[in-house]
Design a protein around this ligand. Structure first.
Ligand code: GLN
Length: 316
C-alpha cells in the first residue's frame, strides 16, 4: 500500500504516467522548489504560473479544476519545467515567456527578464507623453539597451503616435526584441539598431531630433553582482545587469555628458531606471552636467526607481 501511495505522487514513468490532479501537480511543483530553498510564496506563485501555462488555464480555472486530472502530456510538461527549475533556470526562460504591463513577451537565455519594478518606468514615460504639450500627437523616443523590448513595445502599444529607435548591442536580445515587436504589431514604428549607442547615437541624432530618452541600463555594482540569486547569476546576461565602474553608475555618467551635446529637441526628457540606493548619486551626476527638472520617482516599495530630468535650453 505504501508503494502505491508513493507511485501516485510521482511524475515518474513517461510511458505510463500516473494520473495527477491539478492540485497534486501544483503541490508537487511548489514542494520541490521549497526543498531547493526557494521562498514559499514564490514557489507557490511559480507552481500556479507553470500550471496555468501548461494547461492553458486562467487562475480561477485552476481552482475549479483542482480535482481534474492532467493529460499525460501536461504532466510531462510540468516535470520538464520543474527539471529546468531544479537547475536554477528562471521559470520565465523555462516557459519561454513572461508578462509585462499585461502584455506577453517572449524571453529566453541571453535576454534580461523584464522585472515588475520596471513598469514604473513605463508609467513615468506615459505620464511625460500625456502631460507634455504636443507629445501625444507626435513623439520620437530613443532607448539604450532594449533587451526583450518590454519598455519600448509596451509604450508603442499604448501610444499610437510614438516612434522609437532602440540600441541593443546583444544579438540574442535584439532577436527577442524583434520577435516581440512583430508579435505585438508595432514593428513599423520601431527601429532596432544592433550597435553600441556610443557610436550609433551621434549618427542617429544627426538625422532627426528626439523628444524622450529612456534606458534601463546595467547598474548593479560588480562587487554586489556575486550576491545575486543563482537564477540571475547563472542564467541571465551579465551584460544587462552589471554596471560600469566600481559603483555601477558608468552608464549614467555617459548619458549625462553625451546627450546634451547631441542635436535633440529643446528640453528633451530623460527617464532612466535606477538600482536601490543610487538616486542621490545619479541626481548629483546630472545636476553637475547642467540638467534641469531633476526628479526621483519611487517604486511600490518606496525605493527611488526612476530618475527623470530635462536637458536645459542652453546646453543643446
Ligand atoms: N533590476 C534588475 C535586478 O535587480 C537589474 C536590472 C538592471 O541592472 N538594469 O536584477
Amino acid at each position: 500500500m505504501a508503494d502505491q501511495n508513493a507511485d501516485q505522487n510521482s511524475y515518474a514513468n513517461a510511458d505510463n504516467p500516473v494520473p495527477t490532479t491539478y492540485s497534486e501537480a501544483r503541490r508537487n511543483f511548489s514542494k520541490a522548489l521549497i526543498a531547493l530553498g526557494i521562498d514559499e510564496s514564490e514557489a507557490r506563485r511559480e507552481a500556479e504560473i507553470a500550471l496555468m501555462h501548461v494547461t492553458k488555464s486562467a487562475a480561477h480555472e485552476l481552482l475549479l479544476k483542482a480535482d481534474s486530472q492532467l493529460l499525460p502530456e501536461q504532466s510531462e510538461a510540468m516535470s520538464e519545467i520543474l527539471s529546468q527549475r531544479l537547475l536554477r533556470k528562471p521559470l520565465q526562460y523555462a516557459l519561454g515567456e513572461t508578462y509585462f504591463m499585461g502584455f506577453k513577451f517572449a524571453v529566453g537565455p541571453g535576454v534580461l527578464i523584464p522585472r515588475p519594478d520596471t513598469e514604473i518606468m513605463v508609467e513615468a514615460i506615459l505620464a511625460e507623453i500625456n502631460q507634455t504639450p504636443g507629445l501625444k500627437e507626435r513623439c520620437n523616443l530613443i532607448e539604450v539597451g532594449a533587451g526583450s523590448g518590454a519598455i519600448v513595445i509596451s509604450l508603442l502599444k499604448l501610444c499610437p503616435n510614438l516612434i522609437a529607435s532602440v540600441f541593443e548591442i546583444s544579438p540574442q536580445a535584439a532577436h527577442f526584441c524583434r520577435i516581440n515587436a512583430l508579435c505585438h504589431g508595432i514593428y513599423d514604428r520601431l527601429n532596432i539598431i544592433e550597435e553600441d549607442y556610443l557610436t550609433g547615437l551621434p549618427k542617429l541624432t544627426g538625422q532627426f531630433q528626439f523628444d524622450l530618452f529612456s534606458s534601463n541600463p546595467p547598474y548593479i555594482p560588480v562587487d554586489l553582482a556575486r550576491d545575486l540569486a543563482p537564477e540571475i547569476l547563472l542564467h541571465e546576461p551579465a551584460l544587462a545587469l552589471v554596471g560600469q565602474g566600481s559603483d555601477g553608475l558608468g552608464f549614467y555618467r555617459q548619458f549625462a555628458q553625451m546627450l546634451p551635446s547631441l542635436p535633440a529637441t529643446a528640453k528633451a526628457a530623460l527617464l532612466v531606471e535606477l538600482g536601490q540606493g543610487q538616486g542621490q548619486e545619479v541626481s548629483a551626476i546630472f545636476e553637475q552636467a547642467g540638467w534641469q527638472d531633476l526628479r526621483l520617482l519611487p517604486d511600490l516599495a518606496g525605493i527611488d526607481r526612476v530618475f527623470a530630468a530635462r536637458t536645459g535650453d542652453k546646453i543643446i
